[in-house]
Design a protein around this ligand. Structure first.
Ligand SMILES: *Cc1c(COP(=O)(O)O)cnc(C)c1O
Length: 388
């Protein structure tokens, strides 16, 4: 066996590319809680400074993330939004056009619509479920295509391969936000993407206790992101970086449980009279089930429910829940619920949200890793309290 042959996804989450540990070295990475590092006198070597992305905690975690995504390089940043912003700035220049999926995280939508115009970057949006849409809206100046998959909050799954072929033919960079899948369930680079973005705040760290993000891709792109980080300042703190590395070690076992709980909960909800529609790509009647079954290694722990009783039922059910916590994030060990009409999609009208597949009465559930019988019992009780 060579070191490189230990390459299972759980092994990579723990060890990255295996290093042989010298005698008396620590088993885990120490926290280098230092802003600056001693610089050799008279040396023109790169200065070691935590904002520069060369703190040992950042370097170690970056290598593990690259190993997980199957990327040449990866860099950990202070937030998922920081990762999204800098990945795009690494590729786009004034005068360029960005063609983005319209099924994206609210913060990303605001970045594209409120900020990119000021930088001379034109953005247009297309529904990503038809190849024709992309072909119709592409321009000579299109330099990047951005998609999120699976999507928030309706769990649509985008087929990347035809999009990757289309982008490659035109020399366009394909950038994918893969936060909901994690590298355990889906690795976009294997399907032709050029750059992968994650909010590590979610499943990657998994314990709802830090904000972080990462970008993975070619060495050239990641180095460009690192240089941008040095001047725009989205550098992560060493302690948060260390926590993310610690969280990452259990990613594969957590995802196994998230996947199992997601499927069990969705299957239960699909037969409940209080639920009009379940949005989960693991269910055979989900509109993207075929794509999901073909491309994902797991369907994830995010489930959307449209309640038969509409907005009033959603509010009433959320008040009754005792185990599930009403909070706007996802991907933690604890089950979280939210109503997109008050959080990510608060800026839209009821009609606009309904068009995107989330009418009033839509709740998003991030299944934690508790016993699924307890989670189901909590929702069973909450739904029993609703007016028939
Ligand atoms: C949360 C989230 C982000 C933003 O990440 P932060 O870590 O909160 O900055 C981006 N994309 C998706 C899909 C998310 O869920």
């Amino acid at each position: 066996m060579t070191k490189e042959s230990f390459d299972g996804i759980s092994t990579r989450a723990i060890h990255g590319t295996l290093q042989i540990s010298p005698d008396h070295s620590p088993v885990t990475t120490p926290i280098y809680q230092s802003s600056a590092f001693v610089h050799p006198v008279g040396s023109s070597e790169e200065v070691m400074y935590t904002r520069h992305g060369n703190n040992p905690n950042q370097v170690t975690l970056g290598a593990k993330l690259a190993a997980l995504e199957g990327a040449e390089h990866a860099i950990f940043l202070a937030s998922g939004m920081g990762a999204t912003a800098l990945a795009h700035l690494a590729v786009l220049r004034p005068g360029d056009h960005l063609l983005a999926s319209s099924w994206i995280y609210g913060g990303t939508l605001r970045l594209f619509t409120q900020e990119f115009g000021k930088l001379g970057i034109d953005v247009s949006f297309v529904a990503p479920d038809s190849q024709r849409n992309w072909r119709r809206r592409v321009r000579k100046t299109t330099r990047a295509i951005f998609v999120e998959t699976p999507t928030d909050p309706t769990m649509r799954v985008v087929d990347l391969e035809p999009l990757a072929t289309f982008s490659r033919e035109r020399g366009i960079a394909l950038i994918v936000d893969s936060t909901f899948a994690t590298p355990v369930n889906f690795r976009p680079l294997e399907h032709g993407a050029d750059v992968v973005i994650h909010s590590a705040t979610k499943y990657l760290n998994g314990h709802s206790d830090i904000i972080g993000g990462f970008v993975a891709g070619s060495e050239a792109i990641v180095e460009e992101v690192r240089l941008l980080m040095q001047v725009w300042g989205q550098a992560p703190d060493p302690h948060a970086t260390w926590l993310a590395e610690r969280g990452l070690k259990t990613l594969a076992v957590r995802m196994e449980r998230h996947n199992a709980n997601g499927l069990a909960f969705a299957t239960w909800a699909a037969q409940h009279p209080a639920v009009l529609k379940v949005h989960y790509p693991g269910l055979p009647d989900h509109q993207d089930h075929e794509i999901a079954a073909r491309t994902l290694d797991g369907y994830g722990g995010m489930v959307g429910l449209t309640l038969a009783g509409g907005a009033a039922a959603a509010d009433a059910a959320l008040r009754e829940l005792k185990l599930a916590i009403h909070a706007p994030s996802l991907g933690g060990v604890e089950t979280l619920v939210s109503e997109p009409r008050f959080t990510s999609h608060v800026d839209m009208s009821s009609e606009e949200r309904a068009d995107l597949g989330m009418p009033d009465g839509y709740i998003r559930v991030s299944l934690g890793i508790e016993d699924v019988a307890d989670i189901i019992a909590d929702f069973e009780d909450a739904f029993a309290a609703l007016q028939p």
